[in-house]
Ligand binder design. Structure first.
Ligand code: GDP
Length: 239
């Protein structure tokens, strides 16, 4: 069962001014090809994040609604060495601006391939985020590619390095392929949402906080946003 199974694609934004009203959101970031989309899909039990890979959306911030104005936020992958400066600069401004100023952001999930953890770019990302004082959770993905012992050794090394680089960070092994580490990751993310907006645990169960569990089906249709109809972003696409 996916804890965030009611997640659905909400909107893509190219500027912070277009970000939706939010009571709490968790961002996912990582070098391209580390398994960020797969991790989001594993956590939500959907193919949501592949929507963000469609041409034109790869440089945008993609919002996935969890219910109750809470969101997962898929940030553009970094590490495209060949991207020209003219393209990279506005994209880094968007990313940096989002990470440093977005008030509803509760915490940051940084996705790293367990075999290439804490690259220079990862460290730069953690450095950017550190002044916010907000928590970070590192997913060391593709753990299935290593033996248990080798993965544990890297986990301990990354833990030690993070203690210096990002004291607010926790870290775990993760595999979307084997679906391992899902509960541990979900517990951390739910904890952040719940600390920011008590009742978020209800979202995990697919219902609005304080809502009668007997009436919990179809919350999307009952939301004011859904009733407003055809405004941009009003549709919550389940993919
Ligand atoms: P993104 O660019 O960071 O969003 O990465 P993707 O989620 O698209 O994954 C990149 C590649 O890694 C794809 O071929 C995935 O199938 C593969 N991949 C992602 N997660 C895992 C995992 O946990 N284990 C293994 N073995 N492969 C994975």
């Amino acid at each position: 069962m996916s804890l965030f199974r009611s997640a659905c694609f909400f909107k893509s934004v190219a500027s912070l001014a277009d970000a939706p009203a939010s009571v709490g959101e968790i961002a996912f970031v990582g070098r391209s090809n580390t398994g960020k989309s797969s991790a989001i899909n594993a956590l939500t039990g959907s193919q949501l994040a592949f929507v963000s890979k469609t041409p034109g959306r790869t440089r945008l911030i993609n919002y996935y609604a969890l219910g109750g104005e809470r969101f997962f936020v898929d940030l553009p992958g970094y590490g495209y060495a060949r991207v020209p400066e003219a393209t990279r600069a506005p994209w880094e401004r968007l990313l940096g601006g989002y990470l440093q100023t977005r008030a509803p952001l509760c915490g940051l999930t940084v996705v790293m391939d367990v075999r290439q953890a804490l690259t220079e770019l990862d460290q730069r990302m953690l450095g950017w985020f550190r002044p916010t004082g907000k928590p970070v959770h590192v997913l060391l993905t593709k753990a299935d590619k290593l033996s248990r012992e080798a993965a544990q050794k890297i986990l301990r090394r990354v833990e030690a390095e993070l203690a210096v680089l990002a004291p607010n960070a926790s870290v775990q092994l993760f595999s979307s392929l084997k679906r391992s580490g899902l509960e541990q990751a979900a517990a951390v993310l739910l904890g952040w949402l719940d600390a920011r907006a008590p009742g978020a645990l209800g979202v995990a169960l697919g219902r609005e906080p304080n809502e009668n569990p007997r009436q919990d089906r179809g919350w999307r249709n009952k939301s004011p946003r859904a009733k407003r109809g055809n405004q941009p972003g009003a549709k919550c696409l389940k993919v």
